[in-house]
Design a protein around this ligand. Structure first.
Ligand SMILES: C[S@@+](CC[C@H](N)C(=O)[O-])C[C@H]1O[C@@H](n2cnc3c(N)ncnc32)[C@H](O)[C@@H]1O
Length: 275
């Protein structure tokens, strides 16, 4: 172990400036600690190669911390972000108002981070969809691995486009969908994100954007039980337009909510009410 520790220290001393440029969001001391935990004689060279290529830490170690758990991530899944933890918190507030066992759908589940974190906090009947079969495999593994620490309930995984083929209704529908315009927003995305994270998880073609959300909103509204709530994460530049669109489609009350840095990041929309 001392040899590995020394090799990593030497590498970090030699490449300090490059590492600071490649990993702007993380302190080098933390990066080093995380790698020390993961490195062994067999993977050390590969780790150095990946660091020099700027591969995100979570794709090197194959795991990411999210909410109260550690999730497996692969190059087929988005690395779950801290702003999505706020979406989990917002959803939990709604979840706790439901008197029956809540029926909850997570659209575009990726690693399963949202729905699994919700089941970590409260019993529920969950369903999770993703268009990527490979991402769903990761989500299923995360569910099985974390199941012993979750509350009572279950999660069913479906490989489908948004809500296609789903024939039940939900108290809550939550989603962190792809919400970046491929051309219009391209300068807003860090080049490492563009290079390493799955394009399908991040981007929509500019010309399809409105229609994509129109289908998402229409189908979500149709799949909400009475007094049901739809919550999603979005980009601050587009949430006003999406709010207008969701209101046009028939959601009764739509609110834009802010993240911890006071930026518009989430949409909360109520389905049809009983009164
Ligand atoms: C922004 S990522 C979110 C992943 C995860 N929920 C999270 O918050 O970390 C969007 C996810 O939606 C999936 N996706 C993209 N288009 C989809 C579609 N039409 N139907 C269902 N899932 C889709 C992607 O494969 C990806 O896993």
């Amino acid at each position: 172990m001392a040899v590995i520790d020394q090799s990593i220290t030497d590498f970090f001393n030699e490449k300090k400036q490059e590492l600071e440029a490649w990993y702007p969001g993380i302190k080098l001391s933390r990066l080093k600690l995380e790698l020390l935990e993961f490195a062994n004689e067999d993977n050390l060279e590969i780790i150095f190669q990946k660091l020099q290529a700027g591969v995100p830490l979570q794709y090197i170690t194959g795991k990411a911390a999210f909410y109260h758990h550690e999730f497996e991530v692969t190059s087929d899944t988005l690395i779950p972000r801290s702003e999505t933890e706020t979406l989990v918190e917002l959803t939990l507030v709604e979840l706790k108002k439901i008197e029956k066992l809540p029926e909850v759908l997570d659209i575009g589940t990726g690693t399963g981070a949202i729905i699994i974190s919700l089941l970590g906090e409260a019993p529920l009947n969950g369903m999770a969809t993703d268009i990527s079969e490979k991402a769903l495999e990761v989500a299923k593994r995360n569910y099985l691995n974390l199941k012993p620490s979750l509350k009572d309930g279950s999660i069913e995984f479906r490989n489908t486009d948004r809500l296609e083929g789903i024939d039940k209704k939900f108290h809550l529908i939550v989603s962190n969908p792809p919400y970046i315009k491929k051309e219009g927003d391209k300068d807003l995305v860090h080049h490492q994100v563009k290079k390493y994270e799955p394009s399908q998880a991040l981007f929509l073609n500019d010309e399809d954007y409105k229609n994509w959300f129109e289908v998402l909103f229409k189908d979500s509204l149709a799949h909400l039980l009475e007094n049901g709530v739809f919550l999603m994460e979005g980009h601050e530049n587009h949430l006003d337009d999406l709010k207008e669109l969701s209101e046009k489609i028939g959601f009764e009350r739509v609110e834009i909510l802010k993240d911890l840095s006071n930026r518009k990041r989430y949409l909360k929309a109520y389905g049809q009410t009983s009164n």
